[in-house]
Design a protein around this ligand. Structure first.
Ligand SMILES: NC(=O)c1ccc[n+]([C@@H]2O[C@H](COP(=O)([O-])OP(=O)(O)OC[C@H]3O[C@@H](n4cnc5c(N)ncnc54)[C@H](O)[C@@H]3O)[C@@H](O)[C@H]2O)c1
Length: 319
């Protein structure tokens, strides 16, 4: 038995992050049942897993046996009771919308075994907003992973005041067991460390695009030159996060903070991305087209040829 006493995991929500957490946990030896509200969600998750298999083989030297074993530890269901009934740990990664999360917690409360720990992967919401709804406030906390879990291997652990020491210990042990660097959060903070840094960056980048100050490639090129060695800029990161989740974050926090700039950015994302199906990297289209987005192509950060001057000068003309 592992230190965390967590062998069976239920992943609730099979989208961008749920799919990654489920795959990575299974790769690291845990039994994972993936639940989504729709068959379509599970289908997309399986397709994403095929992509992760290729990435883990290429980047992590995963063998064919490792990949086969990972697949064998994953099961999929649209039956919430089936997903949660044997779970030592339930990880929730449903949309960043409080009412949806509360609905899921209330349903889970009647299903989960008494000793099961419940964790939220929420990007920006606090465990204390939901502790009472879970029916097990001492066995509930946040366990927050970053997108591209296999490379950006942090797990932020944040409790509510009611979260027990044992729960914090077991969540931390689980993070270590699946190869994460635990990031303990000592006070409740919307966005932990990771998103307290990232969300303002994405908001700033989106505002530059929304206001027509610079196009997305110009924003990313500037960022990537100023932060030499990084592999993408904030608009590339937005594609990776997914436009749906970004829209939820900007809408929720724009409303909460009466932040008109954030709400305007949410409207931009709605009209330019959600309404056109450009949902981000997993969908193959967002700010960039995938695979081979322009920011990964040779020359993106180079001094341009002289022939590029007229087009660049035209972009510098005030509109
Ligand atoms: N995308 C990121 O980069 C990222 C990073 C860290 C944390 N998160 C957080 O993870 C959570 C999920 O984000 P995401 O980007 O994976 O979202 P997503 O939109 O990609 O996926 C959400 C999934 O939940 C499913 N779903 C919707 N309602 C449901 C319900 N009632 N029960 C079960 N499943 C339901 C959807 O079908 C979808 O498959 C959010 O809280 C988000 O803030 C996201």
């Amino acid at each position: 038995m592992s230190a965390s006493h967590i062998e069976n995991v239920a992943m609730i929500g099979a989208g961008t992050l749920g799919g990654q957490i489920a795959w990575h946990s299974a790769y690291m030896g845990k039994q994972v049942t993936v639940y989504d509200i729709s068959e379509e969600g599970l289908k997309k998750c399986r397709a994403a897993h095929a992509g992760y298999a290729a990435i883990y083989s290429a980047d992590l030297n995963a063998s064919e046996d490792d990949i086969a074993a990972t697949h064998s530890r994953l099961t999929f269901t649209t039956d919430l009771a089936e997903a949660a009934q044997n779970a030592d740990l339930v990880i929730e990664a449903v949309p960043e919308v409080p009412d949806i999360k509360i609905d899921v917690y209330q349903k889970l409360a009647t299903i989960m075994p008494e000793e099961t720990i419940l964790a939220t992967n929420s990007s920006t919401l606090l465990p204390s907003m939901f502790a009472a709804e879970t029916g097990r406030p001492d066995r509930f906390g946040a366990l927050h992973f970053a997108n591209m879990i296999w490379a950006l291997n942090i797990a932020e652990i944040m409790g509510a005041p009611e979260t027990s020491d044992d729960t914090l210990t077991r969540l931390t042990a689980y993070a270590v067991e699946i190869g994460m660097v635990p990031i303990p959060i000592s006070r409740e903070q919307n966005g932990y460390v990771c998103n307290s840094l990232l969300v303002p960056l994405l908001q700033a980048a989106q505002s530059l695009v929304t206001k027509g100050v610079a196009d997305h490639e110009t924003v990313d090129r500037t960022y990537m030159i100023m932060n030499r060695g990084c592999t993408m800029g904030p608009c590339g990161i937005m594609d990776m996060v997914g436009m749906g989740t970004l829209h939820e974050i900007f809408t929720y926090w724009g409303t909460q903070l009466s932040d008109q700039e954030m709400l305007t950015n949410a409207e931009y994302i709605q009209s330019h991305f959600l309404n056109t199906g450009r949902m981000g990297l997993l969908a193959g289209q967002g700010y960039y087209d995938y695979p081979n987005p322009t920011y990964q192509q040779p020359g993106f950060l180079d001094v341009p040829d002289k022939s590029a001057v007229p087009a660049l000068a035209a972009k510098a003309k005030l509109s």
